[in-house]
Ligand binder design. Structure first.
Ligand code: BG6
Length: 465
């Protein structure tokens, strides 16, 4: 018998600033991710302003997703395409763009799974103190109310915030805040937890029956050895890398250990009683997780180690003074970009999340970034991607047999898009986009070998060759 539920949401994912382009079109206002922003480090490595030009190719892109048999498509709405300024004025062209996209998806029986916020902070929010200021509450609330009012009847699954943990831990790598060292990212975390709680409550009121949940990047952590101190470090890493972002929403409070960590590191956060009350009532309906690889953790003593990243990536390179630090896992292979590949870790992660929270899980990212080659026959032979997916989907099936309740699988990415910090040459899509970093060529869409493979898999509800 097939392990996957009959109505399992097979599909794939993207985010607005990485796929849309069109940053000067349709009334979009500047965001922190635009090349003109001083927070953006990527202008030297790629042309971000056009991305995959989905803004001008969306109909063709949806047709390709429909051809693959997608049951769902996870994408984010660009906040700076919807709200024009700090007074909350609305950009009708932005509303129309997403209404057209939603209608096209629904017409093709593709369930939209919509991320409210995926890294692209409008500059009017940045200029009003950014995410570290409580001014963000009013901006995010206004934005959410516009989304729920305009799209609430078309969207059954909302994701509040993409990878808040990555934004907190390595904002300088993914460029949500290049000036990380001068800010308190834990305050960003708290503020964004508050806005998520508010969004959950607003969604319940404005869109009854609709489901909403957070979308952090979650990885199982292995202790580097069986030394008891390494296991303590693993628990510490679990806390700061995974659970603190979910416990608050799913269980309603911050743990004592987390608050102690803040105090010892002089990183206290400002909270109010009223805010903390919100967490008692605003529970998510499901958890969306992004999984790329596992982590391996070693003890670190208080006199050595800096906070921050130990590698130039957002998956495994974390260090917390006196608490825990990531190390390489010699048992795992790596992608061309050095990310460890751990399909069994995927099953372990799904089990950990399910067993801790007992909430249905949707996978909203998973995938392999590679230097795909367009060959002379006009094809892309990405057998390594097929292999990656086979192994991860197999392990997801085993997790379902373990009892994990799963809603869907939307790997990264539906179509090639620009990576957070490594350009378009780090490709993830089932569909190749014919452009280089600065040579935008013809943006032609080309079906990769993985496109045909995934199509068959969806047709057979998870069975594959
Ligand atoms: C996740 C993000 O961290 O990983 C995506 O949600 C990102 O936005 C993806 O693109 C892959 O990372 P990268 O750095 O290779 O683009």
């Amino acid at each position: 018998m097939n392990k996957f539920p009959k109505d399992f949401l097979w599909g794939a994912a993207t985010s607005a600033y990485q796929v849309e382009g069109g940053i000067y079109q349709g009334g979009k206002v500047p965001s922190s991710m635009d090349p003109s922003s001083k927070k953006h480090a990527n202008k030297e490595i790629t042309d971000f302003s056009v991305a995959a030009d989905h803004y001008n190719h969306w109909k063709e892109d949806v047709a390709l997703m429909a051809e693959m048999g997608f049951k769902s498509y996870r994408f984010s709405i660009s906040w700076p395409r919807i709200i024009k300024d700090k007074e909350g004025n609305i950009n009708q062209e932005g509303i129309d763009f997403y209404n057209n996209l939603l209608d096209e998806l629904i017409k093709n029986n593709i369930e939209p799974v919509v991320t409210i916020f995926h890294f692209d902070i409008p500059m009017f929010v940045e200029d009003d103190g950014g995410l570290e200021s409580k001014n963000v509450y009013k901006h995010y609330e206004r934005y959410c109310s516009v989304l729920f009012k305009n799209f609430g009847s078309k969207v059954k699954y909302w994701l509040t915030v993409n990878e808040l943990n990555v934004m907190v831990l390595v904002s300088q790598i993914i460029n949500t805040n290049k000036e990380k060292s001068s800010s308190n990212e834990w305050q960003v975390m708290h503020n964004m937890n508050v806005v998520q709680a508010k969004a959950i409550l607003m969604c319940r009121e404005m869109c009854p029956g609709v489901k909403i949940g957070p979308a952090p990047n979650i990885s199982v952590n292995y202790p580097a050895s069986c030394k008891p101190e390494d296991f303590t470090a693993k628990l510490n890493m679990d806390l700061l890398r995974n659970w603190v972002y979910l416990d608050i929403l799913c269980r309603g409070s911050y743990s004592k250990k987390f608050l102690k960590y803040l105090e010892e590191n002089n990183k206290q956060i400002k909270t109010t009683e009223e805010e903390m009350e919100l967490f008692k009532v605003a529970k998510p309906d499901f958890i969306a997780i992004n999984y790329y690889s596992s982590g391996t953790v070693e003890a670190i003593n208080s006199s050595n180690g800096d906070d921050g990243a130990t590698n130039n990536d957002q998956q495994s390179g974390f260090a917390f003074k006196g608490f825990a630090k990531s190390v390489k896992n010699p048992n795992l292979q790596k992608t061309q970009f050095g990310w460890e590949i751990d399909p069994v870790g995927f099953r372990n992660t799904l089990r950990e999340v399910w067993e801790r929270y007992q909430l249905p899980i949707m996978v909203t990212e998973n995938g392999i970034g590679a230097k795909d080659v367009l060959t002379e026959d006009g094809k892309v032979h990405d057998d390594y991607r097929i292999d990656y997916y086979k192994k991860h989907i197999h392990q997801m099936g085993l997790a379902i047999e373990d009892g994990v309740e799963m809603i869907g699988y939307m790997p990264w990415s539906a179509i090639d898009l620009v990576s957070t910090h490594e350009g378009i040459s780090k490709r993830y899509g089932f569909i190749y986009v014919n452009r280089d970093e600065f040579d935008l060529k013809d943006m032609k869409r080309i079906r990769k070998d993985s496109f045909y493979w995934y199509k068959e898999l969806i047709k057979n509800n998870g069975d594959y060759n």
